[in-house]
Write a new protein. Structure first.
Lengths: 305, 425
């Protein structure tokens, strides 16, 4: 703190500033910082909630994780989910934002409609989509059947086992998640688009640039801060996917939707093996950190060119 | 205005730190005098909760001892219970399922009943069914007292049986008893009424795969773990044969739907499935289904041994309970056990021979039919890793019954993972 070296009136001002953020800092330290450090400490122990002794085991939990093939499956599943949601989800958000940016009639109505899912909690979304995805009674299969019969496609319609087959379960969760989250990024992209001065487009138009060229050479480069933000946040969000599989599939069928956070949760809260669960959390933290730094490098380096 | 702005964060910071301090202080010991109320936790959120409430009210009236019962949904029940046992605030008496006794007893969280039993001359251990009584033991000490048992049994639809002419000499619907009878019955009850080539009425359906599977493998002489609980045995021939038999019911004989996306239990309730193997606790869900005529029978013999999956609600006390309080709680536990006939009415089976013999229990037709299986009820393995290995066999059963893997491959994979867990110190 450089507060004390400041002249008195500035010191007072700085103090006021610190006091303003004090409530947040207190909460942050109590509920984020301390648990984060404490969690690392726990990860070095054989820490069963009920155990009276919680022996120190050093890095044994981390070593065990490296050999734990279920953790490997969870990592791959999480990566697969990120692959299915980050880029496609952002493309959807960007397309929605571009559409809304055309200043169409009833823009606010559309904005509200697209944004509405974002305010729902994952539990609500999952319960709604459970009914949509139900193989037997689901809305999706019902309409697919209607379309199938309307088009007189050959053979009989076979219901899609959305959440009940290892092949389709994860893509189903991804589709639901895109629907759920697209509205949030859409607003950020829309704000980004509105911040691009109209003159640039005018100048480009005078120089004879077409729609595609304008998008590629003006919109996209100037949208980079929004893109960076949305992509990083989506990646972090999707690497922490939990509620979807926790509520809809419980990690099944046959481990196909077991994600890292779900694995952590099951280890910590149904087996009460906190040491191992914290080690899972720390490895996940390291992976997310690496990806985030990479992404920052990649996207911000280009900006400086 | 400026002053106000300076002050309020101060105030807030103080409030926040006060709140934090408040949160950190321990709840303090509960009053330890015997007059204080008994705190009783369970997860009876269904009609069973109302039944329990009545018994508890009756106990309060008769003894003057107050009981504060807290019903917590099973989904979060153990989280709350375990945290209270670890960090304080545990109830005086609580329910623990038989299959989780070892997991928690390993950490010494229960107060054993042995001295209380010894000092109570009226309490007769031999009145309890021995196999279920033993399920409340850990390393030779009685840490749980069985309130009930909830075995599976065969539920069957009377109307569909009559329609298909599956009746005995008196014209009463006749539930199958052997594998051959089961197959024959299921075949006759599987019908394609609209002629689209796919059955729309099924003879049988697998509902809860895990417990159905435990019944099947146990009947074939298979098990999940060896008797010493050190070795995974679920990939050995008996269990594999049993799993294959379950697959055959679906894919070879085609008398049960693929469990994928078919809400089997709803199918039984709505009369689209003629037979299902489910726990006695599902009784109330059938009784509230309008127009459904059903009955219960012991599970047929699918293999050479008699066996059926079951669970049990154990009454337990926390280890740090004071002697005076324990004595009062013992009275309450005794009372619940003595009144387990009232408890049975809500869809449970009592585990005391004197109660099982009472005429009033005979009138509970389904409970009575299921109770005939009590001597050979099979619980999940009494290993302290029981909960931890469960997801592995769950996944294997699912993979086998959905045809994702062959029974042998699926069970091999599960056995490998379970062995890893067992070998870990």
């Amino acid at each position: 703190m450089k507060v004390l070296s400041l002249p008195p009136h500035r010191r007072h001002e700085a103090l006021v500033g610190y006091l303003f953020i004090a409530p947040y800092i207190v909460l942050f330290v109590a509920f984020v910082l301390v648990p984060v450090v404490w969690g690392f400490f726990i990860s070095l122990h054989n820490w069963h909630v009920l155990g009276e002794q919680k022996p120190f085991v050093g890095l044994a939990n981390y070593r065990a994780l490296l050999k734990d093939d279920l953790f490997g499956i969870a990592l791959l599943n999480t990566g697969y989910f990120a692959l299915l949601t980050v880029i496609p989800g952002n493309v959807v958000s960007l397309l929605l934002a571009l559409g809304l940016n055309a200043r169409i009639r009833g823009e606010d109505v559309y904005k509200a409609i697209f944004y509405l899912p974002v305010i729902l909690s994952v539990a609500v979304v999952a319960i709604i989509w459970r009914w949509m995805y139900s193989t037997e009674f689901g809305l999706l299969n019902y309409y697919l059947k209607v379309v199938w019969e309307f088009l007189r496609l050959p053979g009989e319609f076979q219901p899609v086992p959305w959440l009940n087959s290892p092949q389709s379960a994860m893509p189903s969760l991804a589709l639901m998640s895109i629907w759920w989250g697209a509205g949030g990024n859409m607003l950020i992209y829309l704000a980004g688009l509105r911040a691009i001065p109209e003159e640039y487009y005018e100048a480009a138009r005078i120089d004879g640039a077409g729609g595609w060229a304008r998008f590629w050479h003006i919109t996209l480069p100037l949208l980079r801060p929004s893109l960076l933000f949305c992509l990083v946040m989506s990646l972090i969000g999707s690497s922490q996917v939990f509620g979807q599989s926790y509520i809809l599939t419980g990690g099944g069928p046959h481990y196909s939707t077991l994600t890292v956070v779900l694995y952590m949760y099951q280890t910590g809260f149904s087996l009460y093996r906190m040491g191992y669960a914290c080690a899972v959390a720390y490895i996940m933290f390291a992976i997310v950190l690496v990806f985030t730094l990479l992404q920052f490098r990649l996207l911000s380096a280009r900006q400086e060119e | 205005m400026g002053r106000l702005v300076v002050k309020s964060p101060f105030l807030l910071a103080i409030l926040v730190s006060l709140a934090l301090l408040g949160g950190c202080s321990s709840p303090g010991g509960l009053p330890d005098n015997a007059e204080a109320e008994i705190r009783f936790w369970n997860g009876f959120t269904g009609p069973d909760g109302a039944t329990m409430e009545r018994i508890v009210k009756q106990f309060e009236r008769e003894t003057g001892i107050r009981v504060k019962m807290q019903i917590i949904p099973w989904a979060t029940y153990y989280d709350k219970l375990i945290l209270s046992l670890a960090y304080g605030g545990a109830p005086d008496v609580f329910i623990c399922h038989a299959n989780r006794i070892a997991e928690f007893a390993r950490y010494g969280v229960f107060r054993p009943f042995d001295d209380l039993i010894a000092s109570d001359p009226q309490f007769d251990v031999s009145d309890f069914l021995p196999n279920i009584w033993k399920a409340g033991q850990y390393e030779g000490r009685q840490v749980g007292l069985p309130l009930d048992c909830h075995p599976q049994g065969l539920y069957y639809n009377l109307k569909l049986f009559r329609e298909a002419g599956i009746v005995d000499a008196q014209g009463n619907p006749k539930p199958p008893q052997t594998w051959q009878e089961f197959l024959e019955t299921a075949r006759r009850l599987t019908k394609d009424t609209d002629g689209d080539g796919r059955p729309d009425q099924w003879g049988f359906a697998f509902t809860w795969l895990r417990t159905n599977w435990i019944t099947f493998i146990s009947q074939h002489g298979g098990s999940i773990l060896s008797a010493d609980l050190k070795r995974a045995t679920l990939a050995e021939p008996p269990a594999v044969e049993a799993t294959q038999q379950m697959c055959d019911i679906i894919y070879r004989y085609r008398v049960a739907p693929k469990p994928e996306g078919f809400d089997s239990w709803m199918g039984f309730r709505q009369g689209r499935v003629a037979m299902a193997i489910e726990g006695i606790y599902m009784l109330s869900s059938l009784e509230e289904q309008k127009g459904l005529q059903f009955a219960g029978a012991p599970v047929p013999s699918f293999g050479p041994k008699r066996a059926v999956w079951g669970g049990s609600h154990m009454l337990c006390m926390p280890k740090d309970i004071s002697p005076q309080r324990a004595a009062v709680v013992w009275k309450f536990i005794r009372y619940l056990s003595d009144h387990s006939l009232d408890w049975a009415a809500g869809g449970q089976v009592p585990v005391r021979k004197s109660i099982l013999k009472q005429p009033r229990f005979r009138q509970m037709r389904v409970q009575y039919a299921f109770a005939q299986q009590l001597p050979y009820v099979v619980f999940e393995p009494a290993s302290h890793k029981s909960t931890e290995i469960m997801p592995f066999y769950d996944a294997a059963i699912e993979a086998a019954l959905l045809g994702i893997k062959s029974p042998q491959d699926a069970l091999n994979e599960a056995a490998r993972r379970i062995q890893q867990v067992l070998d870990r110190p």
